[in-house]
Design a protein around this ligand. Structure first.
Ligand SMILES: O=C(O)C(=O)COP(=O)(O)O
Length: 347
């Protein structure tokens, strides 16, 4: 019913155009609204598309009384209360692969940036206008040992790219068969110490109870002096206090950080340290990835609004009485299949 227009970047228009061209769908583009306005808009919606900065929490779900499906336009869904969705009969979906390459390439950027002390070198010339080549001797990726925690879509591609830099790559991921790594020429370990002994460590896991604080004071204490840590996954996988203290002492030589526990993180203590290279959660921010995500999210929204498919369903609503009639005929055929496929593809 409402067609809101606001600033839209051209590469995101692809998805919006699909929605615009779909006769039986009305949409509201609500990217720059505050929470109160959002809660007001959301009460009429049958389907919502969201990025990571919107908390799909109790408050959101209580306001979204007509919601049947939610599409997280990205891979990580730690901002979505999946149990809360299930209880209300809301099907939650994500768009799991469209931003893989963007995240992989940002990880390599941070890794190279850390190794060549890029923030120092950049700031010295650009900000201080000082030309002192002798100040900045970096290190090479070549021959270094890289530990990749999590060997999913992103982790395994980071490992492959690191291989092409002739690094010695080992991965830790208890959820994959070892052959998934070894077939690609990547070492596989079940011993976390093999990761902790690496020169560089990068993490590519979802954020959940199992992975929060996976690297803390104790783990860093067991690492090599001068280790480099990269996090383009989620804030809090490396304990932020441990990271800060160990960067300050120099135990961790450099860290490449794209994500923070609390975002936006414009006053974060890590920003005060010289030996970090930081970006503002830009892992998915390529034009290519956002174009593809917007298209997939729009198509998923239309299919779920029509009750015909739930691509990449993350949950199976537990209260079937809350599932609307127009969806019911498809539950057996579509939803359970989608759920099973999603589970299988995750394993
Ligand atoms: O896909 C993800 O998990 C991301 O972190 C990127 O999502 P966003 O672009 O912040 O919605």
């Amino acid at each position: 019913k409402i067609r809101a227009t606001t600033r839209k970047r051209s590469f995101k228009i692809s998805g919006l155009q699909i929605l615009q061209n779909t006769e039986d769908v009305n949409y509201v583009y609500a990217a720059d609204v505050d929470k109160t306005e959002l809660l007001n808009i959301i009460k009429d919606a049958h389907v919502a598309i969201t990025r990571s900065s919107t908390d799909v929490d109790e408050k959101f779900l209580n306001a979204a009384t007509n919601l049947k499906a939610i599409i997280r336009a990205g891979v990580g869904y730690d901002n979505v209360d999946i149990d809360g969705c299930s209880k209300r009969g809301i099907i939650a979906m994500n768009v799991p692969t469209a931003n893989t390459i963007a995240a992989v390439e940002l990880t390599m950027t941070h890794m190279l940036s850390c190794m060549r002390k890029f923030p120092y070198a950049h700031n010295q010339l650009k900000i201080d206008r000082v030309w002192k080549r002798e100040d900045w001797y970096g290190n090479e990726l070549y021959g270094k040992k890289l530990g990749v925690i999590g060997f999913g879509n992103i982790g395994h591609r980071v490992a492959l790219r690191a291989k092409s830099f002739e690094m010695d790559v080992v991965t830790y991921d208890p959820y994959i068969p070892s052959t998934k790594a070894t077939d690609l020429g990547i070492k596989y370990t079940t011993n976390f110490e093999d990761i902790l002994s690496c020169d560089i460590i990068t993490i590519h896991t979802p954020k959940n109870k199992e992975t929060i604080n996976m690297i803390g004071f104790e783990e860093i204490a067991r690492m090599k002096d001068g280790v480099v840590l990269i996090n383009c996954a989620r804030g809090g996988l490396y304990n932020e206090d441990a990271l800060y203290e160990n960067l300050k002492s120099g135990k961790v030589a450099m860290a490449g950080i794209d994500v923070f526990i609390k975002e936006p993180a414009t006053n974060h203590p890590l920003l005060d340290l010289p030996n970090v290279t930081v970006t503002a959660h830009l892992g998915a921010n390529t034009k290519e990835s956002q174009r593809e995500i917007s298209v997939q999210a729009a198509n998923n929204a239309i299919e779920s609004a029509r009750g015909i498919a739930y691509p990449n369903a993350l949950n199976l609503p537990i209260d079937e009485s809350k599932i609307p009639n127009f969806v019911k005929p498809y539950i057996e055929l579509t939803q359970k299949m989608a759920f099973l496929i999603a589970q299988l593809s995750k394993s």
